[in-house]
Design a protein around this ligand. Structure first.
Ligand code: ADP
Ligand code: ADP
Length: 220
């Protein structure tokens, strides 16, 4: 479903991704592991269509990302949910409003939004927190809200960029279990970027080790 071949990426004269080739299959949990500066986020942003790549091929569902027009790219990005280390919630909006936001931007009706948001907040175990504000939640709960928000547009792929890096080990495990449940129930492909080997062991089916923009290892 995500097919990367001989991908290269330069920032000026510096090559940050070197001849990357990976095939990520539909429904799998795939990890990209490496130290800070290895090129993980850059690779993630390429997959998400946020960053141009210098040469090589990057196809998602058979479509070459850099050949997409502006509207096609917008529609493509609808199909990819993202979660981040620092949750990226809007502080002055409630849990419900945060999760509803992507659906509002895409013009869904109020009834559709209410149904979907409640369903997703039940899935992540936060149906009692609809009217809370982010600062009233624990780190794990904030990430659960962000996960619900990332799923509102029914994506095929969930990209997780260091989503558990700000959480303690127990909360990390509970979030990883939730991601596994989502992968299983909704058949969503999960690509996660992390510098923590423990996270990879707990959740990933396959992992790729990145160093200075090179693939230096592959764990099938
Ligand atoms: P990671 O996510 O593994 O920490 P990044 O993908 O953020 O790594 O960065 C890979 C390399 O690219 C680093 O050397 C970083 O300094 C460099 N880099 C990242 N973004 C930019 C940018 N916008 N301009 C120039 N260099 C960048
Ligand atoms: P933290 O440890 O930071 O409080 P957690 O992610 O462990 O956050 O849990 C957040 C909330 O979700 C808690 O109120 C917890 O009771 C609830 N919860 C945890 N796991 C589940 C689950 N699988 N299903 C439903 N609710 C859950």
């Amino acid at each position: 479903m995500i097919s990367i071949k001989n991908l290269n990426k330069y920032y000026g004269d510096t090559q940050v991704l070197k001849n990357i080739s990976i095939d990520i299959k539909k429904g799998e949990i795939f990890a990209i592991v490496g130290h800070s500066g290895a090129g993980k986020s850059t690779l993630m942003r390429c997959i998400n269509g946020l960053e141009d790549y210098s040469d090589g091929s990057l196809q998602v569902n058979g479509k070459e990302i850099k050949e997409l027009g502006k509207e096609e790219l917008r529609a493509f990005r609808k199909n990819i949910g993202m979660i981040f280390q620092h949750f990226s919630l809007i502080q002055r909006k409630t849990v419900f409003e945060n999760v509803a936001l992507p659906m509002q931007l895409w013009g869904y009706t109020k009834a559709e939004i209410t149904k979907k948001v409640k369903e997703l907040l039940a899935l992540v175990g936060l149906d009692e927190k609809l009217d809370s504000y982010p600062n009233e939640l624990s780190g794990g709960q904030k990430q659960r809200v962000a996960i619900a928000r990332a799923l509102t547009l029914d994506p095929d792929v969930l990209l997780s960029d260091e989503a558990t890096s700000a959480l303690d080990p127990n909360t990390t495990t509970s979030i990883l279990n939730l991601l596994k449940e989502i992968n299983d129930k909704l058949n969503i492909t999960i690509v996660l970027v992390t510098h923590e080997m423990e996270v990879v062991k707990q959740i990933a089916q396959r992992a790729l080790l990145l160093e200075h923009g090179n693939i230096i290892g592959f764990d099938d």
